[in-house]
Design a protein around this ligand. Sequence first.
Ligand SMILES: Cc1cc2nc3c(=O)[nH]c(=O)nc-3n(C[C@H](O)[C@H](O)[C@H](O)COP(=O)(O)O)c2cc1C
Length: 188
Amino acid sequence: MKHSQKILGDIWKELELSLENSKHPFHIFTITTINGNFPDSRYVVLRNVNETKKTIYFNTDKRSNKIKHIKNNNNVCALFYDIVKKIQLRIYGSIKEETNLNILKNIWNKSREMSKQCYLNKYAPGTIIENSKDYVNNNHKIDINDGFSNFAVLKIEIDRIDWLNLSHQGHERLMFDLKQNKSDWISP
Ligand SMILES: Cc1cc2nc3c(=O)[nH]c(=O)nc-3n(C[C@H](O)[C@H](O)[C@H](O)COP(=O)(O)O)c2cc1C
């Protein structure tokens, strides 16, 4: 097997491993969207990966700014860093909102109560409020599953992965083009 193919296999393996391990460095990543002329980045939790479809997934609030950004421009960059293995992944692709209701419900039903709670907030993320906790929904009639209407699953369809490995023996950098199924060594 070519060295680069082994590296690509390891990338998918580590992304997959991070799903059930909150201490894994790839469990949290930053996703950068484009807001007009400005990039905007934030951390999110990696929720799923699909090597065959070349996709990765995270959950978010439908009302959040990142959803507005991707409606205008769905090109994104996802950034991961494994501080122990000294591996940076820069994943470029396009993002799409999951629209299949059955898939969405399935993911929602598997979510923890603590995660579901976030989707009950009274105001959209980013809304100005008078006091820091004014977003909390104190309506006792509200059911935890009411948050489903604000729940979104975002899928990143990967075009390219820029893999950088820092090493005392000499850094190495590979660019994987997942669309054309090829890779090139590049200068780090
Ligand atoms: C460690 C960590 C994990 C987070 N995970 C998520 C997540 O999975 N989904 C999400 O929408 N926001 C998550 N957030 C909050 C986002 O970073 C961000 O503040 C929020 O989504 C609003 O972003 P936006 O206004 O750019 O849409 C997380 C924040 C931190 C610090």
